[in-house]
Each structure stands twice: as C-alpha cells, then as structure tokens.
Design a protein around this ligand. Structure first.
Ligand code: MG
Length: 123
C-alpha cells in the first residue's frame, strides 16, 4: 500500500479523492491546494505517489510536475485531467507523468490508476 500526496485547489475534489484513495487501502500523507505547496511537500515527505490537478493557482499542475521530476526523476505523478485538456495531457507525458485520471472519475478509476503505477514501480 502506498503513501499518497493529493495536490488540488478544490477542497471538494481533495475530499472526494481522499475518500477513494483511503477506501482503496492507501494512506493520504498530505493535501496541498496549489502546485508550489505540492512541490515543497513532495520534497519534504517523499510520498510513493502524487495525484496532481492541472489548473491551480501559484504553480499549476504542469509546472509542479516538472519541478518534482527535476528533483526526483523516479517520482510517480498521476495527473487529474479534464476532457478539454488534451494539449496539457500531451505536455504532461513529455514532462514524465506516470498516469492520468480523467474527470469525472469514480473510485474504480482511481484505484486502477494507482495500482497500475504501483505495479510499474515494482517491476
Ligand atoms: Mg483545479
């Protein structure tokens, strides 16, 4: 089971994600509400995995992703994306995102994305 950092500026989204992550048997180590905080907390807590929203104040999800990968090339970051963000998804792949969860998502989507990334990590 994994230690997971949630980065999302929406309090409601964080709450929903936390519930889904915990129901899947994982631990949420921290919740951050912008990319800058997410990056700093990543360095401090070194979670196994990050769920990263894209549209956020201060640093957005793509900028935070780049900083995290720069500080730890093995970082596992799952981007939370909307259908309208195809261009940003392509950028995120280039920057080293491990996986995507498309909005609107359900608990099964979240569980599967996490399992996929954790399996990759174990091989
Ligand atoms: Mg957002």
């Amino acid at each position: 089971m994994a230690n997971i950092l949630i980065v999302d500026d929406s309090r409601t989204s964080r709450k929903v994600l936390r519930k889904m992550i915990e129901d899947a048997g994982h631990t949420v180590v921290e919740e951050c509400s912008n990319g800058e905080e997410g990056y700093l907390k990543y360095k401090e807590l070194k979670p196994d995995l990050v769920t990263m929203d894209i549209t956020m104040p201060k640093l957005d999800g793509l900028e935070a992703l780049q900083l995290i990968i720069k500080s730890d090339e093995d970082a596992k970051v799952i981007m939370i994306t909307a259908a309208s963000q195809k261009e940003k998804m392509i950028q995120a792949i280039k920057y080293g995102a491990s996986e995507f969860i498309a909005k609107p998502y359900d608990s099964e989507d979240v569980k599967q994305a996490i399992n996929k990334v954790l399996k990759l990590q174990n091989t």
